[in-house]
Design a protein around this ligand. Structure first.
Ligand code: HEM
Length: 330
């Protein structure tokens, strides 16, 4: 069955208003601080470099997965909140990768000649929100003190939906380590002529003692990466039909088998060396955006379409670094 996007007639205006709101949130958060930061995913655990080795079945060979080859990548690990907080607080965990050396025209006209393709993952196969409007209503409520979140959500969504959203967020399994958890795009994108969701599944890595404290995710990944390489299998789950694999509703988990696309490897690196710090600082300045993409990996569905203007607003507001043309060696 062919997939379809359903685009509401008022979408462009609604999403433009979200972008304006995001820019205002960024300015407000920057008051009294050195400069605007990301509107979301502010706390960076670590920025690193790695490699994506592509090896896909013939039927999935499209875009960056067309040929068996390797891409150098930048990796950014983050917490989702719009303010830095201890890793013990309930939050989304971000895992963003940027492939460098990708040829072909890019979807954002001003970046048509960029050489990058980004994929953004979080620690769940779904998000609790059905639509970008719900996503934005949640961000509005989350700007205030955590204790007022539930009453504000009830005000925005009504009791039933507010409890469903909070319940779904709280049911999400705790991320003890980036090296042992799976990470999902949660929203679909094109894989050539088909639609797919992608995910990174951890491959076995050496055990390290459990890390503790407000920055346990950073401590954990540093101790692992100093001990040896870490790897994840990159896999795709394919669109079947609108009921089992909806394009427009990101709150419904897709079903169906996972197909291998390649392996992401982060080699052993000294993240505390001058070069390690330089990489992490550059990664914090870069922007990771699902619309940093070629046509073969066009982001799909309303949540993705809203992200097109939302990320641009945040990136312009914080004067992010330009798209890189090379990847620093570790
Ligand atoms: C499935 C849905 C989503 C996923 C998986 C996701 C994931 C992510 C990740 C991993 C990052 C961090 C990127 C980095 O490390 O630089 C990020 C940043 C961000 N997200 Fe999302 N996100 C989703 C939906 C949305 C939506 C619907 C909006 C707004 C309408 C949004 C707005 C943002 C913004 C403004 C940033 C900061 C961009 C920057 O300044 O670089 N996200 N998101």
């Amino acid at each position: 069955m062919a997939f379809n996007e359903v685009i509401a007639p008022d979408e462009t205006q609604r999403f433009a208003a979200f972008a304006t709101e995001i820019a205002a949130m960024q300015q407000q958060a920057a008051r009294g601080k050195p400069g605007p930061l990301r509107v979301l995913h502010v706390k960076q655990h670590l920025g690193m470099v790695g490699t994506l080795a592509v090896k896909a079945a013939e039927s999935l060979r499209a875009g960056v997965f067309t040929a068996e080859r390797s891409y150098p990548v930048y990796v950014r690990l983050s917490n989702g909140a719009g303010r830095p907080q201890a890793d013990g607080a309930p939050d989304v965990r971000g895992f963003a990768i940027k492939l460098v050396g990708v040829t072909g025209k890019k979807l954002i006209p001003e970046l048509a000649d960029a050489q990058t393709q980004d994929f953004l993952f979080i620690n769940d196969p779904v998000i609790p929100f059905r639509t970008p409007d719900e996503f934005m209503a949640f961000q509005r409520a989350a700007k205030h003190h955590p204790l007022t979140l539930l009453p504000r959500l009830i005000g925005a969504f009504g009791v039933g939906r507010a409890f469903a959203i909070v319940g779904s967020a709280l049911r999400s399994p705790k991320v003890r380590s980036y090296a042992t958890h799976a990470f999902h795009t949660a929203a679909p994108l094109a894989l050539g002529a088909v639609a797919a969701k992608l995910a990174l599944f951890p491959l076995p890595s050496p055990e390290v003692p459990a890390a503790r404290g407000a920055g346990y995710l950073r401590t954990d990944i540093i101790s692992r990466i100093e001990a040896g390489p870490l790897s994840w299998a990159l896999r795709a789950q394919l669109f079947i039909d609108d009921r089992t694999t909806p394009i427009e509703d990101t709150s419904i988990a897709w079903t169906g088998p996972w197909h291998d696309l390649g392996t992401l490897t982060i080699p052993r690196q000294d993240t505390n060396s001058p070069r390690g710090k330089e990489i992490s600082e550059l990664v914090s300045q870069l922007s990771f955006d699902p619309w940093h993409a070629i046509e073969a990996h066009r982001p799909l569905g309303a949540i993705m379409r809203a992200r097109k203007v939302a990320y641009a607003a945040s990136v312009i507001g914080r004067k992010a670094a330009p798209e890189p043309t090379t990847v620093l060696s570790p």
